[in-house]
Design a protein around this ligand. Structure first.
Ligand code: FES
Ligand SMILES: [Fe+2]
Length: 375
């Protein structure tokens, strides 16, 4: 994330994109529902072998994700083709049902039963219905693909591009990190009373670091200067003697084996729009999955990923990384919520990006053409 060289203030994305419930609905339908959307790690979703079924929430839609017999993933709306019952009942505001083994998906209402790939296999007492062809009653599909151990869903799969194509640049930049093989060693969940885009913008700049993150700036002194001197593609250096994002900047865990010399001592970051943020240290990766719930409400799931041989050790203790991330995260959410409240004031007419916030412009570049194209 190199800092740009422009010297003028740029207008921020308009106020309505943050504080207007109607604008959020439009954004969800025209943009977010037509993008690949990260739903979490395959291992954390329990999708580690054929015959596993997980229920996930994608932009307010309940979605079934299954690992099929061929080892691939398939996704279906959690809606029966008969009369619309949820196939796996999910109470509003309740936690998702735990992942489970499944040979088939049977509706609890009248027992229409579907194969894991979505085909209708059985509809009781329909054998003599003349014009009833089960082929016409497969579950409504949701696109599901996997990248580097992350599961992505697409609510309008007929319009989806190949996920691998979209992520080619990120994959190239992170190729020496063993993302596919990492496992969740610690999980930090937050409900942030702010628009999801504020979380992205905040992730994309370090203009705020000096005022908001004193501990982080002690670990990465250049952050105190707004990160102006840093080339993210090369990785950001820590203070002398520190090499990872933990409370003391070190760890007893080994660096990932294939990193180059710079990556063993530096930190990298990626933002995969719209809802995955990766923060890559030499021995762990913090993966943030954003769930936009409303114009002013975002769920943030922060998974700390480690090498499996580290988590398997009886002495494995991720608290040094978890404590550091929880500290920094909460500092970020407090300020994002403050921005959300300030933006909601009648006095706020729109903001500005200083030159140091060049990468924050990405949200404007990303969102506006998509809103326009999908009118
Ligand atoms: S609604 Fe599912 S079988 Fe009737
Ligand atoms: Fe921050």
């Amino acid at each position: 994330m190199p800092v740009g060289d422009r010297s003028v203030m740029q207008r921020a994305l308009g106020k309505e994109h943050y504080v207007d419930a109607g604008a959020f609905t439009v954004e969800r339908e025209r943009v977010l529902g037509r993008e690949w959307f990260c739903v979490g790690r395959a291992d954390a979703l329990g999708l580690d072998r054929p015959g596993r079924l997980a229920v996930v929430s994608v932009l307010g839609e309940s979605v079934l994700v299954v690992r099929t017999a061929d080892g691939g993933l398939a996704g279906h709306y959690n809606v029966c083709r008969h009369r619309g019952s949820q196939l796996v009942p999910v109470q509003p505001d309740a936690a998702a049902p735990a992942p489970c083994d499944a040979k088939a998906i049977r509706c609890p209402y009248h027992s229409w039963t579907y194969a894991l790939d979505g085909r209708l296999m059985r509809a009781p007492h329909t054998d003599e219905v003349a014009d009833f062809d089960p082929v016409d009653f497969s579950l409504h599909p949701v696109g599901v693909e996997e990248w580097a151990g992350f599961v992505f869903a697409h609510l309008t799969p007929g319009r989806a591009s190949r996920l691998a194509d979209e992520l080619a640049d990120v994959a190239a930049r992170t190729r020496r990190y063993p993302l596919t093989d990492l496992v969740v060693g610690s999980r930090l969940d937050y409900t942030v009373r702010a628009n999801w885009k504020l979380v992205c913008e905040n992730y994309n700049e370090c203009y705020h670091c000096a005022g908001v993150h004193p501990e982080l700036c002690r670990l990465v002194p250049a952050f105190a200067r707004g990160g102006r001197d840093l080339a993210w593609e090369d990785g950001i250096p820590h203070r002398a003697g520190a090499w990872t994002f933990t409370l003391d900047g070190t760890s007893t865990r080994a660096p990932f084996r294939d990193l180059d010399d710079a990556e063993r001592t530096r930190h990298k970051g990626e933002l995969v729009y719209p809802n995955l943020m990766l923060s890559l240290s030499a021995e762990h990766v913090a993966a943030f999955v954003l769930q936009p719930l409303a114009h002013d409400l975002t769920r943030v799931e922060c998974s700390l990923l480690f090498a499996a041989d580290e988590t398997a050790k009886p002495s494995f203790d991720p608290s040094d990384a978890a404590a550091f991330w929880d500290l920094v995260n909460r500092q970020d959410w407090v300020i994002c919520e403050s921005v959300q409240r300030g933006m909601s004031s009648r006095a706020y007419e729109g903001g500005w990006y200083a030159p140091m916030e060049d990468e924050s412009l990405d949200i404007r570049r990303w969102l506006l053409p998509r809103l326009e194209a999908n009118r």
